[in-house]
Ligand binder design. Structure first.
Ligand code: FMN
Ligand code: SF4
Length: 608
């Protein structure tokens, strides 16, 4: 990462180096673009042409991919590119004012580059630090727990043009706040333990690798990424495909606002993640592995690569893992570039192939035809950690936690109005009230479980349970107390979905923008009862006719809050209840000008 704009002659050399690092492989296009972006703080047109030439791809493809990802800029950004996290929990802690303070101090407008090219300050949907909000990225490094003093310090460093490599390390310190450990977070697993356990189960059962799949199935492990699909079934269907090699993908995109438990696992439990991926590889007979790391977690890349290298040296990755002839499996890390939809499994696979992250049509499922048409499994970071422990301790042990339908424990990312935001591990079936008590929440009026695409609960529902049979959740748990306006929370989420829609299908592309506009209209005091009906209709339409889960759930926070916090909407509506959707008086303005009439009789509403 550099803060200095290099001379133009450097472009060719920079592209050459990036293309060589990624093996002149056109499926690595996004990674090449990312590396050029890191060097220049944008991808100059000359670099795009050069990449097209070297990878043998049409220039339109390069431009299309670059334009899809928020973190790839085709125009110069500032020497310091600052991205403020814009989750509702950041706003609740004053991020908007802090961003204003920075823009004022640096003499620039949000979203624009300073005239001298020093800095640019933008918003991004969510950085993954809402337990330490507000936060920002400066040239891809996170700065958390922002306050006015910190903003001043950052501005001084930027104005002095100090390279970020020389900034005080304490500025970039992040915390892994774990408040409650269960069997996952307290397991003293040693590297290789779970892989050896998987191999010995396979040997003992005489059923070979099927024993691994059987153990996962017996455990009734349901995926922890949000959708709760049965892991064993997914793995088995992949194993059944005759095509090789098979592929194991770890979904570390963690884009759902309010979730950060995967960041904690990647930072402090990375061996467990790798063990789980290797166990999966053993079960499905895979030799290729990928970790799709969200662009916001780019700062973790070097340390994760070091850990992978250490595991290779320990014989836990690469050829003949744990000395087992024929058990070859390695992992490559791909870094995303700021697109929420790329967390959707098929969009993620598209992105891994160096394309725009547009969700695929199904069938075929990824287990049949995934990465480059190969049988592929995609699982969440936490799912792999649990899979490793199941092979180590057995399915019965796992089923001893949780409920009959929802086995095991779940990591919950708690943020918002509470004293102890951070990660909590609970057996599935824990009540919302228990989590609220443990995190020190008071005067709570609502909890948003599972992020904006999840469920909003009010006080009457705090005895409901986080479990697949009740409240399904990827783990986000945002707490709102009585000072919060749930209408504004929902409005914020509506803008999140409008911003993140990939635009591929019409219901979502148009519907999410319409919802955001309707919410703005209501916020401005121009909304009517009719608008509330329209919101409900749009939510149903999006749910039924969108191409992927993003559009399907984009109306949820609005429908949920309308149902539970209707007065927060109604008190904003225009007094007489109905406002025509069509501004007839405005439409007649031209006719009035042409006829030279502007008396009261020529205005709608003024004749009565
Ligand atoms: C818009 C969208 C974003 C998603 N983001 C993530 C994510 O960041 N991490 C994740 O594990 N799953 C995410 N998912 C779910 C994945 O599509 C997929 O179901 C999951 O990775 C499967 O892993 P699991 O079975 O272990 O839960 C997302 C789904 C949608 C529709
Ligand atoms: S639902 Fe939205 S995010 Fe999903 S494919 Fe359609 S436009 Fe893209």
């Amino acid at each position: 990462m550099t803060e200095f704009q290099p001379e133009p002659y450097g472009v060719e050399a920079c592209v050459d180096a990036a293309v060589a690092t990624w093996g002149h492989d056109s499926t690595r296009l996004l990674q090449v673009l990312r590396e050029v972006q890191e060097r220049y703080n944008h991808v100059p047109p000359a670099a795009m042409e050069s990449i097209a030439l070297r990878l043998g791809l049409p220039i339109a493809r390069i431009r299309g991919v670059a334009a899809f990802y928020d973190f790839i800029a085709s125009e110069p950004t500032g020497m310091y590119r600052v991205l403020f996290s814009d989750n509702v929990t950041d706003r609740m802690r004053g991020s908007a004012g802090l961003m204003q303070q920075m823009c004022h101090r640096l003499w620039l407008e949000p979203g624009k580059v300073a005239e001298d090219g020093l800095a640019s300050v933008e918003r991004t949907s969510f950085l993954g630090f809402c337990d330490q909000a507000p936060s920002l990225l400066v040239n891809q490094r996170p700065v958390t727990r922002l306050d006015a003093a910190r903003i001043d310090q950052l501005c001084e460093l930027m104005l002095a043009r100090r390279p970020v490599e020389e900034w005080p390390g304490e500025l970039f310190a992040t915390e892994q706040r774990i408040w409650r450990k269960g069997p996952l977070l307290s397991d003293p697993l040693q590297p290789g333990d779970a892989i050896r356990a998987a191999l010995s189960r396979a040997d003992a059962a005489g059923a070979g690798y099927q024993a691994v799949l059987d153990e996962i199935k017996r455990a009734n492990l349901l995926g922890r990424g949000g959708a709760g699909f049965t892991t064993g079934v997914k793995w088995e269907s992949c194993r059944r495909q005759a095509v090789e090699p098979r592929v194991v993908v770890c979904n570390a995109d963690e884009g759902e606002p309010g979730t950060f438990k995967d960041r904690v696992l990647l930072t402090s439990y990375f061996d467990l993640v790798c063990e789980g991926m290797a166990v999966a590889a053993c079960g499905i007979g895979a030799s290729l592995g990928f970790i799709y790391l969200r662009g916001e977690y780019r700062y973790l890349l070097e340390s994760l690569q070091e850990l992978l290298a250490r595991r290779r040296a320990q014989g836990l990755l690469g050829r003949s893992i744990c000395g087992r002839e024929g058990f070859d499996f390695d992992v490559e890390i791909h870094v995303g570039a700021g697109s929420y939809v790329c967390g959707e499994a098929s969009a993620l696979v598209e992105s891994l192939e160096g394309k725009r992250g547009i969700p695929r049509n199904r069938p075929p499922r990824l287990a049949e035809k995934g990465y480059l048409g190969l049988p592929t499994i995609v699982n969440n970071v936490e799912t792999y950690c649990i899979a490793a422990l199941i092979l180590l301790h057995g399915a019965e042990w796992f089923r001893s936690y949780g409920t009959a339908q929802s086995s095991g424990t779940k990591l919950i990312s708690v943020s918002g109005d509470c004293e102890r935001p951070g990660v909590y591990e609970y057996p599935l079936g824990v009540t919302v009230r228990q989590v609220l008590d443990d995190c020190g929440a008071g005067r709570t009026i609502a909890v948003q479980c599972g992020g904006p695409s999840g469920t909003c609960l009010d006080q009457d529902e705090f005895d409901r349970r986080i479990a697949f049979e009740d409240i399904e959740s990827g783990g986000a748990f945002m707490v709102f107390n009585e000072e919060r306006d749930m209408f504004q929370v929902a409005r914020h989420f509506s803008h999140f979905f409008a911003r993140e829609s990939c635009g591929f299908c019409t219901p979502c592309r148009v519907g999410t923008s319409l919802l955001a506009r309707l919410m703005d209209r209501i916020s401005d005091g121009r909304g009517s009862q009719h608008d509330l009906q329209t919101i409900e209709e749009l939510q149903r339409l999006l749910h039924c006719s969108s191409h992927c889960g993003l559009g399907e759930s984009a109306g949820n926070p609005l429908a949920d809050t309308l149902q539970r916090f209707r007065p927060a909407y109604e008190r904003r509506l225009i007094a007489h209840g109905v406002e025509p959707a069509f501004d007839l008086d405005g439409a007649l303005a031209r006719a009035r000008r042409m006829t030279g009439r502007d008396d009261p009789g020529a205005h709608i509403g003024e004749t009565a």
